[in-house]
Each structure stands twice: as structure tokens, then as C-alpha cells.
Write a protein that binds this ligand. Structure first.
Ligand code: SAM
Length: 302
């Protein structure tokens, strides 16, 4: 049923935007003493090798975290924004100094930041049989005890009983693969229900910017839901452009090159008040550093 495996895409530009934003949101939410619950509805396998077969096949990290890492290791003309620096520092913690072979997915990014003493909790949902097994095995190595729980369950359904959490503080990350068209509708329906169950929760949705009506409709729908609920929202999109390969004239009989995913967005409801300024500094730098050509762009609206 599932053909999507995040291992092919780990560390690409979309992961950079998503995980950098996730870290910034969590850093802010963790400033308060009360326990935080993080619900990751589509968790993936948790840890990825950037030198493994999956990652090298598409080499997507080359246009993402590996590019950023190499540029940061040199002497960037302008200092990197705090959000980018924080992101790279956290990724580096999973690796030997000066090398980048392991990439942490959202479960490990979140777990690294959560506090044991504050009784923060991380609930992970992953439906793919292989990836949920890998995720459970990766998490077991952390010896995180009861702080982290993995369920091989539909994340859209599974998160319901956890909202609202006892401490009334939660972040929901919704990051489906959008393999099936119905994921777009499920995301907005689920967010709509969550805002009724737990209006003060923070919600972060990632989505691909692709030529499909549903992909364009999703942020519009999320804006409407946030407005109807009277909640603040933030929407960031990063496009790295298609690259010169796409401008090349294809010879007769030759297959036209495909650019792969060139843009993605994150939509946050009830974002930390500091996030907009942080992203406003980081996005132009990401555009410049990761952009493949003049078509690279970003937007930030609230
Ligand atoms: N959030 C991960 C990260 O940032 O590292 C990446 C997740 S990947 C984009 C989406 C994952 O959702 C895939 O591993 C896929 O198997 C899983 N999946 C698809 N439908 C699901 C569902 N209904 N519930 C839970 N997991 C699902």
C-alpha cells in the first residue's frame, strides 16, 4: 500500500525547512516549566544514513543539509541566522565532528530537545510496517523509557485520545507523505477537529508545493480554519528553483528531466511569537544558500 520511504528524501531542502522550524517552535515552547506533549502523527523511521543506499540513490540531501553543512564549515560571507545555526548544531550532535552521515528525522529532533525532568512526552505514529519497526528499534536504543512511545497506527486517528493532554501544552506535527490525494483532506479535517478539542495547542503542518490543486488548496483551507477559530498562524514556503538541467533542450527520444520536489511549505497555528522574526531572517539565507537558480524564492505570511 505504501511506496513512500522517507529514507530517499532525508535531509533534503524540505527537511531543512521543516526541522529548522520544528526546532525553533520547540525551543520556545520548552521555555515554560509545564510538561509538553509532542505528537508526531507521521514519524518515519527516525534515523537515516546519508551515505546509505536509499539516501545516495536520490542524493536529495546534497541539495539540502549537506550543502548547508559544507557552506557553514567554510567561512560564510554573512553569519548564518540563529535558526539555521541551531538546526545545524543539533544535526551535528548525531555525527562525528566535521562529518555528516546520520540524519535525524522529526522523532529524534524532538526527543533531543525534550526534558526528562519536566516529564515531557513524545508520541510517535508510523503506519509503514518496516519503518515503524525501524523506528521502534531506533527509539529503544535511546533508553528513553516512558518519555517516548511508538504506535503502528494511523496518526490522524491515533492522536485523538491525547488531545488535550493533562498539562494542556502540546505540539502536533503533521507530516504525511501525501502519497494519496486524500491526505490533503485528512490533514485539514484533522486540524479542524483538533482546534475544537484543544484550541490552544500548537499545530505544525508540512506540505509539498506541487502542481496539484489539493496542494494549493491545503494552505488556503488551513488559513480559513485558523481564522474561524480566531487563532494566529504563520505560513512559510521555500522554493529552491528547478536548476539549469530543466532549461536544457531535450533531444528527440530522450526523456525530459524531472526536477523532483522543488518547494515545500510549513503552516503553523498558534506559533510562538518569536517565530516570524526568526524565519524572516533564516528564509532569505536558505533561498540564497540552497537555491539552484534565479527561480529560488520564499514567502512568509501571517
Ligand atoms: N516526520 C518525518 C520526519 O520529519 O522525519 C517524516 C515522515 S514521512 C514524510 C511520512 C511518513 O508517514 C512515512 O514514513 C509514511 O510511512 C507514514 N504514514 C503514511 N500514512 C500514515 C498514517 N495515516 N499514519 C501514520 N503514518 C503514516
Amino acid at each position: 500500500m505504501f511506496s513512500y520511504r522517507h529514507a530517499f528524501h532525508a535531509g533534503n531542502h524540505a527537511d531543512v525547512l521543516k526541522h529548522m522550524t520544528l526546532i525553533a517552535v520547540l525551543r520556545h515552547m520548552l521555555q515554560k516549566d509545564a510538561a509538553l506533549t509532542v505528537l508526531d502523527t507521521h514519524a518515519g523511521a527516525g534515523l537515516y544514513r546519508l551515505d546509505g543506499d536509499y539516501a545516495t540513490k536520490g542524493a536529495e540531501a546534497v541539495d539540502g543539509v549537506l550543502k548547508l553543512f559544507a557552506l557553514a564549515a567554510g567561512t560564510p560571507a554573512t553569519p548564518l541566522s540563529p535558526l539555521i545555526q541551531d538546526y545545524l548544531a543539533l544535526i551535528a550532535e548525531f555525527n562525528k565532528p566535521g562529518r555528516l552521515t546520520v540524519y535525524p528525522g522529526s522523532p529524534f529532533v524532538a526527543q533531543r530537545l525534550l526534558r526528562e525532568e519536566a516529564r515531557d512526552k513524545l508520541k510517535l505514529f508510523e503506519l509503514h510496517p518496516t519503518d515503524s519497526k525501524t523506528l521502534a528499534a531506533n527509539i529503544a536504543q535511546l533508553e528513553a523509557g516512558r518519555q517516548v512511545a511508538v504506535s503502528r497506527e494511523d496518526g490522524f486517528e491515533g492522536l485523538r485520545p491525547f488531545l488535550p493532554p493533562p498539562s494542556r501544552r502540546a505540539l502536533v506535527l503533521m507530516d504525511p507523505s501525501y502519497e494519496i490525494k486524500s491526505d490533503y483532506i485528512k490533514v485539514s479535517a484533522c486540524i479542524q477537529e483538533c482546534l475544537v478539542r484543544f484550541p490552544t495547542g500548537a499545530y505544525m503542518v508540512w506540505y509539498p508545493v506541487i502542481p496539484r490543486p489539493e496542494a494549493h488548496e491545503l494552505p488556503r483551507r488551513l488559513k480559513t480554519l485558523a481564522r474561524q477559530a480566531g487563532k494566529p498562524w504563520l505560513h512559510a514556503v521555500l522554493s529552491i528553483g528547478q536548476g539549469p538541467e530543466m532549461d536544457r533542450v531535450t533531444l528527440p527520444g530522450e526523456q525530459a528531466p524531472r526536477p523532483g520536489l522543488t518547494a515545500s511549505g510549513v503552516f503553523i497555528i498558534n506559533p510562538p511569537h518569536t517565530l516570524k522574526a526568526g524565519l524572516a531572517e533564516a528564509l532569505p539565507q536558505l533561498k540564497k544558500l540552497l537555491g539552484r537558480d534565479k527561480r529560488a524564492s520564499f514567502t512568509l505570511e501571517s
